[in-house]
Design a binder for this molecule. Sequence first.
Ligand SMILES: Nc1ncnc2c1ncn2[C@@H]1O[C@H](COP(=O)(O)OP(=O)(O)OP(=O)(O)O)[C@@H](O)[C@H]1O
Length: 259
Amino acid sequence: MPEASSQCDGSSVVVDAQRLRKSYDNRLEVLKGVDLKITSGERVALIGANGCGKSTLLRCLIGLHDISDGSLATMGHTLTAGRNPAARRQVRLQTGFVFQKHCLVRRRTVLSNVVHGFFGDAGSWRAHAHGLAPAAWRKRAMEALEEVRLSDRALSRADTLSGGQQQRVAIARALVRRPRLLIADEPAASLDPLSGQNVMELFTRLCTDHGITLLFTSHDMEHALTYASRVVALRNGRILFDKTSDTVSPSDLKDTFDG
Ligand SMILES: Nc1ncnc2c1ncn2[C@@H]1O[C@H](COP(=O)(O)OP(=O)(O)OP(=O)(O)O)[C@@H](O)[C@H]1O
């Protein structure tokens, strides 16, 4: 049976989730009917208390987790409660990820880590096995390193860089294939305040410059309100509010985090 996957239709809707539900092991229902539409070029912060389902929602939106019910289309590809491997692959190829822990390969060079961002392209695993990467990938990886101001460290081992620098390498890796969507899960959480601010500034600027849609989670409300144009709050598996960041009030934030 053909997989349910509609092709990207060039529409400006990047994420379209309706009544999205997600349960783990048929027991714990984490998302209880989430409606979320994100259009091209938006910068959206997802906030909410620990365990409210932010990472789960991010993972569902990009096909890393199955959804349990509802409808979901990401960049025009329909992700149903079934497996949808082709649609998931297409979504992943057009998505960059940045996580709290940058997950670099410590013993490899900075450049090699950025080249890893191409994995999933045809031939990438063979290139990896042979320690080879096409010249075009290395050239593009160097450009990405310039964008995060780390080209002078291209040949350093990843674990010789500071935490903030390593997160900048992770950003270069996420952006190396010029994704349409960047997903960042608490990208600044492991960094000191200044490095965190630098990282947030850097990737929001790069997303704006390259027209990349950005969805990030944060427990730092200053980051959410400063670097996103829109803030979506989750509570008890549902959206509590969805507003432009300049209209979020202290009482909205209190409602988001109060038991
Ligand atoms: N793979 C999994 N299997 C089973 N339960 C999971 C899984 N991932 C998350 N959960 C559960 O789902 C709930 C929501 O977790 P999730 O990580 O999405 O929340 P979060 O809002 O991102 O939390 P935090 O702010 O602490 O990172 C939690 O109860 C968690 O234990």
